[in-house]
Design a protein around this ligand. Structure first.
Ligand code: SF4
Length: 354
């Protein structure tokens, strides 16, 4: 049986020192300050007594990282993760909502080349992608969604669906739960009038989201809430509302301008100070699992995602403008040629998705 050769004690969480590792190893436990055996697969960062050893306990094991070389556990050496591990696949650009700030608003089409699905997923797997977010448009409008989700799950990706929630009901939530690990739901305000003014539904979005979040938890999937901050909501305190939804993660985005997509929403664009005001009001929220909100400025978002478009090609956002690269080119390119790796890793190190 593997054992951990270092003595450590938990004192404080120290998020800024998170270091992610990748590799394979047997998960082992350690004794915390009470002598209790811990073998937790959740994100867990320990600031040890000597202030030197910051360890990351994840699905792969426990690593002492401050003293190089890294601990070798059950004979397999773990190395710091330096690669991009997630991708977004926008399977359809069709949507039943009409959010003014939507930065895909004038894109059209849906993924039709179904026989290419396995090739796309295998290529992503070979490139080290571990998690896929299926998004849109509204992905539940895409008739082949379940086929793609099942294939991704069979190939052992962590599978996520990002939806405006409008089409979710108990039947499809139950069905999704066979293949989906995470569901991301978009809600930007507790005020139905603001949601309606933004184009997020017709005045009953907030109420519907509350019902749907209950069901997502009932069927055992993890829940992420996505909020876009605009001129209409940047002074809103959403903490009590978000807590009541009991998400595993709350992701907050500054409205992003994309030429040719949301040019008619310039009146909703925020200054940096206004986005910071939302962060000041809401940033102190601690979710049930101990997680805190993740904030992404417009600049954080640009070029920091690996995105597959509805045509199956790679979608880029250079200079706040959409362009694309043929998917086949990915086979002879590094992901780092397409995505700003520093921005991407900064986001990925803020949570563990398994
Ligand atoms: S729900 Fe999403 S895809 Fe649809 S219009 Fe709104 S932001 Fe765009």
């Amino acid at each position: 049986m593997a054992f951990f050769p270092f003595h450590m004690e938990i004192r404080t969480m120290k998020r800024e020192n998170i270091v992610h590792f990748s590799g394979e190893a047997e998960l082992i436990g350690f004794n915390d300050i009470d002598g209790t055996k811990q073998a937790n697969t959740d994100l867990c960062i320990q600031d040890c007594r000597n202030d030197l050893d910051i360890v990351h306990l994840n699905d792969y094991g426990i690593i002492r990282h401050s003293s190089i070389p890294y601990a070798t556990i059950t004979g397999k050496t773990l190395t710091p993760a330096t690669s991009i591990r997630s991708a977004n696949w926008h399977v359809t650009m069709n949507c039943n909502y009409n959010c003014r700030f939507c930065f895909y608003k004038n894109m059209i089409g849906e993924f039709k080349d179904i026989e290419k699905t396995r090739h796309i997923l295998e290529t992503l797997k070979n490139k080290g992608i571990e998690k896929i977010n299926f998004a849109g448009g509204e992905p539940l409008l895409y008739k082949n969604l379940m086929y793609l989700l099942k294939m991704a799950k069979d190939m052992e990706f962590t599978v996520s669906v990002v939806t405006n929630a409008s089409l979710l009901n108990e039947n499809n939530i139950r069905e999704l739960s066979s293949y989906v690990d995470w569901i991301g739901i978009s809600v930007d305000s507790t005020d139905e009038n603001i949601e309606k003014e933004l184009g997020r539904g017709n005045g009953c979005h907030v109420e519907h989201v509350q019902r749907v979040c209950e069901l997502i938890r009932k069927y055992g999937m993890k829940l992420k809430i996505n909020t876009t901050v605009t001129k209409l909501n940047y002074l809103e305190d959403m903490k009590t509302f978000i807590s009541s939804l009991r998400p595993d993660r709350w992701k907050v985005f500054q409205i992003l301008y994309m030429k040719g997509q949301n040019d008619d929403a310039l009146d909703l664009i925020l200054t940096t100070e206004e986005f910071e005001a939302f962060r000041r009001i809401n940033g102190g929220l601690v979710l049930n699992n101990g997680a805190t909100p993740t904030f992404e400025s417009a600049d954080d978002m640009l070029n920091s995602y690996l995105i597959i478009g509805a045509d199956g090609n790679i979608l880029l956002s250079n200079d706040n403008q959409r362009s694309s690269v043929a998917f086949e080119e990915l086979e002879c390119m590094e992901l780092t040629e397409l995505v700003d790796v520093d921005k991407c890793l900064e986001r990925e190190r803020s949570y563990e998705w398994n």
